[in-house]
Design a protein around this ligand. Sequence first.
Ligand code: PLP
Length: 429
Amino acid sequence: MTSTGERLALLGGSPAISWPLPHEVWPPRAERSELAELAAQRDDDISIKGSSGPVRALEDAFRAFLDHRIRWAVTFNSGTSALLAAYFALGVREGVEVVGPALTYHAALSPVHLLRGEVVLADIDVRTRGLDPESLEQAITERTKVITVVHQWGHPCDMDAILRIADKHGLRVLEDCSHAHGSRYKGRLCGTFGDAAVFSLQANKAVFAGEGGILVTNDDTVHDRATLLGHYRDRSRDEVLDAELRQYWVTGFGLKLRMSPFNAIVALHSLAAFPERKQARHNALGYFGERLAEVDYIEPVPVAEEVDMGAWYGYKPLFRPEAMPGVSRTVLIDALRAEGMEVGAPSGPRLSTLPLYTGAQSPLFPGTSKVANEPVPGSAAELVEQRALSLPTFTEWPTGKALIDQYIGAFEKVGRHRTALAEHAAADG
Ligand SMILES: Cc1ncc(COP(=O)(O)O)c(C=O)c1O
């Protein structure tokens, strides 16, 4: 007879994980020095119109963070705003196509619609979870101007191949590094390959402001146009280099998207703490991946030899349904959750399934048409969408090791009872 401890928790047994939820605790709490700076800023300057104080300090610190390879770093009030400015600065407008990955967070590409550009979706590579170079090349037309690479979950894309394609077709490259703070490809930091790069600094990110984003570029025109899009008056007057463009400084190009000094202070502190936190994630997720390799129905997250995962923004291994006949991902998640695990299906669907991306009519500009991006049946994007599991990005080390061991124990327990789970699923219909 099976003891209740050994029976699946979904079927009335005791959970394998005793650690109380939540298991992913982020962002970390502020230290006193950060709170003191926030308080002092309150009575000093609560709206920075140019680039001084903590906003300037953050931009300088970010350029240093990128190994001083970048000339310009411009803060914005979100990663999405910075992406809008980047697309505008790179010349996206009516009639221009942007090729990007079929499965990623929508904001990497959604601002293209507002500029009346067209998003063309290419497949991803299961290994990197970013753009598949072959599919990218097939998606290029004579109207393509920009390639958007997203270093998904912190794993750098195949940059050699992508840059070769961009060069061959004369295209600009925008790197969305919102998951990839500190990630390196062949030793070089993500964010230093493209014509421009954007990092979200939203609260979940490895370097966080609360809400915020930063655009980096070595291209003076991209800098000027992005600054004018989001920073009218003082900053445009003082920093736009081109005299022709600078004449628009009073109005800029109509938007004010600047970062608040409070967010800049939070970001400065999280940037300073980043190296230590990054190391903790490497230790924790490196160990988790090694242990998960023992679980036959899970494919741990692959990390290519030539890359450094930087912030390890997410841990999304794949379910191997062929190793668990009769069990769907939904049933597996139910069983693992019952064991006390914080697990789910990743929230972002393929972009081609979202209303903004479907249909022949533009919902933003009624009466005008847009390219409909149909999903490709059997794509890698579809496979990852259907099989990925979302697990905590364990950030505590070595204190978190015991929790990781409990997770492995829960995976193994569910594996031992796969037949009972399949029977339960069949009985449930
Ligand atoms: C890949 C990617 N791009 C862009 C964004 C948008 O950034 P923000 O939330 O700062 O606007 C996110 C946010 O999660 C993201 O994951």
